[in-house]
Design a protein around this ligand. Structure first.
Ligand SMILES: Cc1cc2nc3c(=O)[nH]c(=O)nc-3n(C[C@H](O)[C@H](O)[C@H](O)COP(=O)(O)OP(=O)(O)OC[C@H]3O[C@@H](n4cnc5c(N)ncnc54)[C@H](O)[C@@H]3O)c2cc1C
Length: 443
């Protein structure tokens, strides 16, 4: 049997490895982007000079041949679902028995005048990284980043690392407050400004102006301000990369539509990762989820179904992590930007304005629902277990030391957190001591 995987990102590669672990099937992975799989999340560190591109390739180059995974560097031009055949841009054709579509996402462009000028770009692919090098190699006077999400701040930090002034246009009234609650969003907005970025909140892009050579020279905002610049980063989100799929009889909506066995409407064709959209959402989840760990989980699940091991996708509890300049961020469970009916919150922020924890729990029985944590690293496995065991907020607070990654640095924070909880709720819970927790951590 020939399993063909379209896309060599985390989703496609996890699928290829899962098929290899379980079968002797022939496997071909096709991607037009790069010869080998790389960690997209680490692209920024290559530009910033912390790593070479080879360092963000998680496997040695010999790994693929040794594991009999054929790699093909080409763009797929058409998919013929009747004859189970792919046509590549080099006119080669490849037939498949089972096909996985794992084509990822692409940067959003909203039809702004001037969006195709030289110097205007997104940050998603290896080619985008090369383009940014080219757009900045002679130095720039200013970069303007449009869109205040996770990729926007990365791109701002990349330019900042080379000492280029950066203006950040963010539509929301505080940075990323369409995802973060107001408290965290304000804290991060302050942090961005402290780093010297010109953060413009509640401001959107109206137009990008070019010079006689077709190169960007300025942007015009909705407030009629003209900002001279040489680079514009379009980072207003990403959307599933499905232009190719739309030319076929495979059902698409925002993404390639799949069921919870990762199967499309066409026999023997599966989809997973950033390009995929579930037919309906699970509780507290979205139909399109575009993060690294869901790509990994979906790739594994798709592979098992491709080889006939019927497996239902189980995303577990939501988690994510990122870094906003110097501040690390983690989230476990569900913390919405605004509390939902029946939810209560407990927010603690350190006096330095760089650390906080935001707990959400159910008002009726105090069931712990989720946490956002900034500036302190907490253990994913411990929170996952507490969510699974349906612990109360009091239990979580009393046992906070068990989740702490760096107890020697943050032990005072835990005492402060408990004291604040007791003061606010007129309660008297006590932090469990470290010794009694050791058993629990290793359980
Ligand atoms: C700058 C950046 C930072 C990020 N940081 C984080 C983070 O901190 N945490 C996190 O959880 N997530 C992060 N993400 C998101 C995460 O990287 C993605 O969710 C994940 O990489 C998606 O994996 P994928 O395999 O589904 O798709 P992709 O990695 O996009 O892989 C798809 C591949 O298919 C190829 N392809 C598409 N069409 C064709 C075609 N027609 N022919 C041939 N090849 C094709 C593409 O070129 C690409 O190589 C970040 C993303 C970016 C861009």
């Amino acid at each position: 049997m020939h399993c063909v995987i379209l896309g060599n990102g985390i989703t496609g590669i996890t699928a290829a490895r899962t098929i290899r672990k379980n079968t002797d099937h022939e496997i071909t992975v096709i991607s037009g982007e790069t010869d080998y799989f790389f960690s997209r999340t680490a692209l920024m560190y290559v530009y910033m000079g912390h790593m070479k591109f080879e360092h963000i390739q998680p496997y040695e180059n010999w790994f693929w041949e040794k594991n009999k995974i054929n790699l093909k560097k080409a763009w797929v031009k058409t998919i013929d679902t009747n004859n189970k055949n792919l046509l590549l841009d080099n006119n080669e054709s490849i037939s498949y028995d089972k096909l996985l579509i794992a084509t990822g996402a692409k940067s959003n462009k909203f039809g702004w005048p001037g969006q195709d000028l030289k110097g205007v770009q997104g940050l998603y692919s290896y080619q985008d990284l090369l383009e940014l090098e080219e757009n900045t190699h002679q130095g720039i006077n200013r970069g303007v980043i449009v869109g205040g999400g996770l990729i926007g701040i990365e791109m701002a930090e990349m330019l900042h690392s080379r000492h280029y002034p950066v203006t950040f246009l963010v539509r929301e009234s505080n940075y990323w407050n369409n995802v973060l609650p107001e408290q965290e969003s304000k804290m991060i907005s302050n942090h961005i400004r402290e780093h010297g970025f010109d953060l413009k909140l509640g401001v959107t892009l109206k137009e990008i102006k070019g010079d006689a050579n077709g190169k960007v020279k300025s942007v015009i905002t909705n407030t009629h301000e003209e900002i001279p610049c040489n680079v514009v980063g379009l980072t207003a989100g990403v959307s599933p990369n499905i232009d190719l799929i739309k030319q076929t009889d495979i059902q698409t909506d925002r993404g390639v539509v799949i069921n919870y066995h990762m199967h499309t409407n066409v026999e023997d064709i599966f989809a997973a990762g950033d390009c995929a959209q579930f037919q309906h959402a699970l509780p507290d989840r979205k139909v399109v989820e575009q993060v690294w760990y869901t790509g990994k989980l979906q790739g594994e699940c798709a592979a098992l179904n491709m080889i006939g091991k019927k497996t239902l996708y189980d995303p577990g509890f939501w988690y994510n992590s990122a870094k906003f300049l110097d501040i690390e961020y983690q989230t476990y469970g569900t913390v919405m930007p605004k509390l939902r009916e029946g939810e209560k919150e407990f927010y603690w922020q350190h006096a330095d304005g760089k650390k906080c924890m935001h707990f959400v729990y159910k008002e009726s029985d105090h069931l712990f629902i989720g946490i956002n944590v900034f500036g302190i690293r907490l253990r994913h496995a411990v929170f996952n277990r507490w969510l699974k065991e349906k612990r109360t907020i009091e239990y979580v607070l009393e046992n906070l030391k068990a989740a702490n990654f760096e107890p020697e640095f943050f032990s005072t924070c835990e005492e402060e957190i408990i004291a604040q909880w007791n003061a606010e709720t007129k309660n008297n819970i006590q932090l469990k001591n470290k010794k009694s927790l050791i058993k629990m951590i290793f359980n």
